[in-house]
Design a protein around this ligand. Structure first.
Ligand code: FAD
Length: 287
């Protein structure tokens, strides 16, 4: 199923992100995760892609194929182009096609030491290639601007360029302050972005994790979170519960604002997806 259709249906689409099993773990390790997520009836599930060109596409494809074939989930494979040649990309897209994957999140990928862009400089260069190969194509959006881009307006112009290149929807990076996301939404609409934008939320589970995320992507850390981190400094279980509750409140707040969709960074933990769905159902945002 093409994900662009998900946004045309009635109701708020809620989707999940997972990553392929790490290290030596077999792809079957993701089977139980996909089974649990399928019970929650997501609009679609996306599978991340290892940075550094065509390096590790097989795991992404294998997990997406397994979840689609075994659980009938609508799947999206992420694809990065940093350091990849056109030939690399065509090969990966052909493998995705052969696996029956219809949706691609077209990304540049993070800068990796020793890897330079070859045939692709930005995601906007990859998007038309994936469209021409017949995929429904989404792209990344940054509610607080991308970490490498200091000018917010410029970041919005780059977003618009991705739509002009053929992106059919956007999935945002995580953020902890809904006000930032709503300001971004206004700016995107003013810049002529008309395709659906689905907002990505990741709960904070520990101080180490949130510090890593904040420095990796430049998301603002609002004062209520800093207070929770201080209150539960020596109580990891309560901090985790507070982080999930905070994320659920963010999701409910965004749903109340009438956003196009919600995307949950599950970190491969079905309990996070389940808590989010339960909160959205309890609030009436999802039936
Ligand atoms: P681009 O849109 O190409 O932007 C990259 C930088 O270039 C930005 O600073 C942008 O402002 C700038 N830029 C864009 N166009 C121009 C232009 N015309 N002129 C000058 N500057 C320009 N990474 C992975 O490795 N694997 C994943 O699976 C993955 N999944 C992700 C999913 C989501 C929803 C998001 C938000 C991010 C994901 N990432 C993933 C991270 C992503 O690869 C990084 O954020 C990366 O640094 C930028 O990717 P992009 O596609 O947004 O790049």
């Amino acid at each position: 199923m093409q994900i662009s259709q998900v946004f045309e249906r009635d109701g708020l689409p809620v989707s999940f992100e997972i990553f392929p099993p790490k290290g030596e773990l077999p792809v079957e390790a993701a089977h139980a995760l996909a089974a649990e997520l399928s019970m929650l009836d997501p609009a679609f599930v996306s599978v991340t892609y290892s940075a550094g060109g065509s390096g590790n596409s097989e795991r992404t494809i294998d997990v997406a194929r397994m979840a689609k074939d075994d659980f009938d989930l609508a799947m999206m494979a992420h694809l990065t182009c940093m350091g990849a040649t056109k030939n690399d990309v065509h090969q990966v897209l052909a493998a995705m096609r052969a696996a029956g994957i219809e949706n691609v999140l077209a990304l540049r990928g993070d800068s990796v030491e020793g890897v330079s862009t070859a045939d692709f400089h930005f995601a906007k260069d990859l998007i038309p290639v994936a469209r021409e190969a017949g995929f429904c194509v989404g792209a990344a959006a940054y509610p607080e601007g991308h970490i490498e881009c200091l000018d917010f307006d410029e970041s919005i112009r780059h977003l618009r360029q991705k739509q002009d290149a053929g992106a059919q929807f956007f999935v945002t990076q995580l953020f902890f302050d809904n006000a930032c996301a709503l300001r971004f939404l206004d700016a995107a609409l003013n810049a002529g972005v008309t395709v659906p934008i689905t907002f990505g939320i990741m709960p904070f589970l520990s101080k180490a994790q949130i510090s890593r995320m904040v420095f990796m992507c430049g998301a603002s850390l609002p004062s209520p979170i800093i207070k929770l981190l201080a209150r539960y400094e020596n109580d990891p279980a309560s901090l985790r519960a507070a982080g999930i509750e905070y994320a659920c409140e963010q999701l409910e707040g965004l749903a109340a604002e009438g956003v196009d969709g919600l995307h949950i960074y599950t970190m491969n933990q079905p309990a996070i997806a389940a808590a989010a769905m339960e909160a959205l159902r309890a609030s009436g945002a999802v039936v």
